[in-house]
Design a protein around this ligand. Sequence first.
Ligand code: HEM
Length: 233
Amino acid sequence: MKFADPFWLMDLLKGEEYFTKEELAMYDGTRKKELYLSVLGKVYDVSKGRQYYGPGESYHGFVGKDASKAFVTGDFSTGGLSDDVNTLHSSELEGLLHWVELYEKNYPYRGKLIGRFYKSNGSPTKYLEKIHERLAEGKQSEEIQKDLERRFPPCNLEWSAEKGKIVWCSNKSGGITRDWVGVPRKFFLNSGREFRCACIQPGSDVKHEYGYFVEYMDCPPDSDKCYLRYDED
Ligand code: HEM
């Protein structure tokens, strides 16, 4: 999918500047008195948050640079204050977008940092395009997971000393309120060997594009409760 920055026109209208790494480093509250930081290559003036970002304060490590990775990892060491977000999981990248939102909402936007995320003409680099692709893929797989949970809700799980583990279905199991109860099945996703217990409507245990269902051993296929054998969890 081709990257399109939905804010590019707004950014342009806001009169953005382009900063080199060295120029941005000047805005650390000592060399220049303003405090600027960059997140995913976008530069914000955080001077009004001097109590957090000023020299000697808790979040001073973020200023004068792009330390996007540390917003997610909480690693404020010199090595941790990095702009290399490639190793982050797509859910962590989403968390990073919340920080961008915070800066967008609370602090004046100043422009773009030339480097990892933006080229010298202000257009996004391949690196940033890839990050946006990963975010879009992450969103899509989240939606698939949600849809699967709705169609095949998780079972309730109980344990007792005499009977061991029991999985059972109710019309609220997995927090999915519905007008059917269902029967427990092992639900294997095609993507892995792991399974989870899913409540399915009898007769719907056909193989589908994301996975397949297996009955619990020694459990009648139409029972809404199964006692697990020791090797089945
Ligand atoms: C991943 C770890 C963390 C990151 C990246 C982080 C980052 C930040 C940033 C950037 C701010 C300034 C927000 C602004 O400009 O409005 C902030 C504020 C603050 N943080 Fe953290 N923080 C982290 C963990 C923590 C933890 C563990 C605590 C508490 C033990 C904490 C307590 C606070 C407090 C009290 C504020 C001030 C909030 C306010 O008054 O609005 N932070 N944090």
